[in-house]
Write a protein that binds this ligand. Sequence first.
Ligand SMILES: Nc1ncnc2c1ncn2[C@@H]1O[C@H](COP(=O)(O)OP(=O)(O)OP(=O)(O)O)[C@@H](O)[C@H]1O
Ligand SMILES: [Mg+2]
Length: 213
Amino acid sequence: MELAVKDFGTGMTPEVAERAFEPFFTTKETGKGTGLGLSQVYGTLHQSGGTVRIDSTPGAGTTVRLYLRRTDGRSRDEQQPRLPAAGEAPQATVLVVDDDPDVRAFLKDSLDSLGYEPIVADDGAAALRTLERVIPDVLILDFAMPGMNGAEVARQARERLPELPIIFASGYSESAAVSSVQGERSRILHKPFRVADLQAAIAELLKSAAGRS
Ligand SMILES: Nc1ncnc2c1ncn2[C@@H]1O[C@H](COP(=O)(O)OP(=O)(O)OP(=O)(O)O)[C@@H](O)[C@H]1O
Ligand SMILES: [Mg+2]
């Protein structure tokens, strides 16, 4: 089935259209766009066996065509639960802390599709409350957040859980501050990062955690 969404806006140059599905790719000014809109559309469509195409002419507008697979008529609930095949990601719980709802949604979807079990928190205080109840296998922290920043959340989380593997997802200018918190049990992912980078960082941290126990 095809579903097309058309607008008569600014359109995209071929260069922009080519990169429009990349996570974090945006032509909007800083703070305006996350660059996650179309990458989430792409991810959702491909996850469910479909695809998506952009037809765009600068100055004339854009049509985004979604190609969806027809189902066998059963709803998801009726289907057998999907068991992870050998070699798939090990079962691991990942706590994501980010103040941006789009980034949270993107990370949650990415983790889901990688076979991990995501939990999300929208700031440091909420994350620390979650850590009272759940011990995740990996913590993913945004660096710049209102309230506690990533380094502060990491420090408090490690007081409770000294071994907790942490991934810092940092934007532009915080490299110096982030390097100061880097250690054996943490990794830094510079935004924009690809889902494959995320997967590699989690896999490495889980592997070294398993090596220690
Ligand atoms: N309908 C459109 N018309 C023209 N350009 C578009 C359109 N949709 C996306 N783009 C281009 O593709 C880029 C990436 O789109 P995407 O939706 O992933 O992120 P964004 O729109 O920049 O951010 P957000 O969706 O978070 O507001 C946009 O910055 C823009 O350059
Ligand atoms: Mg958008």
